[in-house]
Design a protein around this ligand. Structure first.
Ligand code: ZN
Length: 56
């Protein structure tokens, strides 16, 4: 269900603010396909801020 919400918000059109690669769903957030950073998702809204990312 969460995946559908994120798709409706246009996740596939968002890119990583660091490397500008496409993003995908990950456990508890949004994972960058390029650099592997995981961005948090707060109330279903991706927080695409480099300093908030984890997984590097
Ligand atoms: Zn990236």
């Amino acid at each position: 269900m969460e995946a559908n919400v994120l798709k409706a918000k246009g996740l596939e059109r968002l890119v990583c603010p660091v490397c500008h690669q496409q993003l995908g769903l990950a456990d508890g957030g949004i994972r960058c396909m390029g650099c592997g950073r995981v961005y948090p998702s707060v109330d279903g809204i991706p927080v695409l801020i480099a300093s908030r990312a984890t997984g590097i």
